[in-house]
Ligand binder design. Structure first.
Ligand SMILES: Nc1ncnc2c1ncn2[C@@H]1O[C@H](COP(=O)(O)OP(=O)(O)OP(=O)(O)O)[C@@H](O)[C@H]1O
Length: 259
C-alpha cells in the first residue's frame, strides 16, 4: 500500500512568484520524512505539491516531476481528486466537521467517494480507523456524539482516523501537533511511529526535537535571501542531519543559530 515519491527538479509557483525552486528528493515508502526550515521557506507549499493541493489556489502551478511509485502525479490523464484520496493530508489545526458525529466524521471521505455502504461495512471502517488512530478506546461508547466535543488532541486523532479511513498510500501532515499540548503531541508522535509500518508519512514541523524523534529522514529547506525562492539545502538520514550534517547552514539552523 505505501508508496515512494520521487521528486525531480520541482519548481513551485504562485502566479509569477517562484516560491520553491529545484527540489529533488526521494521519499521512501513506509518511513517518516520530516521537513524543517525557517518560516516562509516553502515547506508547506512543497508538501501541498505532493498531493496536488497546491493547484487548488488560483494561478498556482508546478514545473518538474513528481513520481509516485513510478507514475507521474501531474500527468494530464491523472485525476487530482483520485490523487488526494491516495495521498491524504492532516492539517495544523484539527478540523473535524462541526455538525457531524464522531462516527460520521470518520466516514466523511468514504461517503464522498463511494457508492452506498452497508451499515456493517461502515461500522468496520469506523472501528478499524479509530483503532488505527489510537482513539477507539476513548470514543467507542460515544460514537454518535459530536466530533467537536473531543479535546484538541482527540480531534486531531479523529482527523487522522478520517484520513486513514479511505486507505491512502501516503499521509502528509502539516505541523499536526502545533495546536496541541505536550501529552497530545506525544500521543500523535507515538501514532506516527505506528502508522509508518503501513503508510509513507511526510511531516512538516517547526519542532526540531519532534523531527529528531519521529522521522527517518529529514529535509532542511531555506531561503538564500529574503524574497528569493525556498530551496532544499540538505536531505539526509535524520540521525546524520542532527549529529553531523553535511551543510553548514543545516548545522546553524539545527543548533538554533538562526530561524
Ligand atoms: N496562497 C499563496 N499565495 C501566494 N503566495 C503564497 C501563498 N502561500 C504561501 N505563499 C508564499 O510562498 C512562500 C512559502 O510559503 P510556505 O507557507 O510554503 O512556507 P513555510 O516554510 O511552510 O512557512 P511556515 O513555516 O511559516 O509555515 C512564502 O513566501 C509565502 O508568502
Amino acid at each position: 500500500m505505501a508508496k515512494s515519491i520521487t521528486v525531480d527538479s520541482l519548481d513551485i509557483y504562485y502566479g509569477d512568484f517562484l516560491a520553491v525552486e529545484g527540489v529533488t528528493m526521494t521519499i521512501k515508502a513506509r518511513s517518516v520524512t520530516a521537513f524543517i526550515g525557517p518560516s516562509g521557506c516553502g515547506k508547506s507549499t512543497f508538501l501541498r505539491s505532493l498531493n496536488r493541493m497546491h493547484e487548488v489556489i488560483p494561478g498556482a502551478r508546478v514545473e518538474g516531476k513528481v513520481m509516485v511509485d513510478g507514475q507521474s502525479l501531474y500527468d494530464a490523464a491523472v485525476d487530482p481528486v483520485a490523487v488526494r484520496r491516495q495521498i491524504g493530508m492532516v492539517f495544523q489545526r484539527p478540523n473535524p466537521f462541526p455538525t457531524m458525529s464522531i462516527y460520521d466524521n470518520v466516514l466523511a471521505g468514504n461517503r464522498l467517494n463511494a457508492k452506498k455502504m452497508k451499515r456493517a461495512e461502515a461500522d468496520d471502517i469506523v472501528e478499524r480507523s479509530l483503532k488505527g488512530a489510537n482513539l477507539w478506546n476513548e470514543v467507542k461508547d460515544r460514537l454518535n456524539k459530536p466530533g467537536m466535543g473531543l479535546s484538541g488532541g482527540q480531534q486531531q486523532r479523529l482527523c487522522i482516523a478520517r484520513a486513514i479511513a479511505v486507505e491512502p498510500q501516503v499521509l502528509l501532515m502539516d505541523e499536526p501537533c502545533s495546536a496541541l499540548d505536550p501529552i497530545s503531541t506525544s500521543a500523535i508522535e507515538d501514532l506516527i511511529h505506528e502508522l509508518k509500518t503501513e503508510y509513507t508519512i511526510v511531516i512538516v514541523t517547526h519542532n526540531m526535537q519532534q523531527a529528531a524523534r519521529v522521522s527517518d529522514e529529514t529535509g532542511f529547506f531555506n531561503l538564500k535571501a529574503a524574497g528569493q525562492p525556498g530551496h532544499l539545502v540538505e536531505f539526509n538520514s535524520t540521525q546524520k542531519m542532527f549529529a553531523n550534517p553535511d551543510n553548514e547552514s543545516t548545522e546553524a539552523y539545527i543548533s538554533g543559530r538562526f530561524g
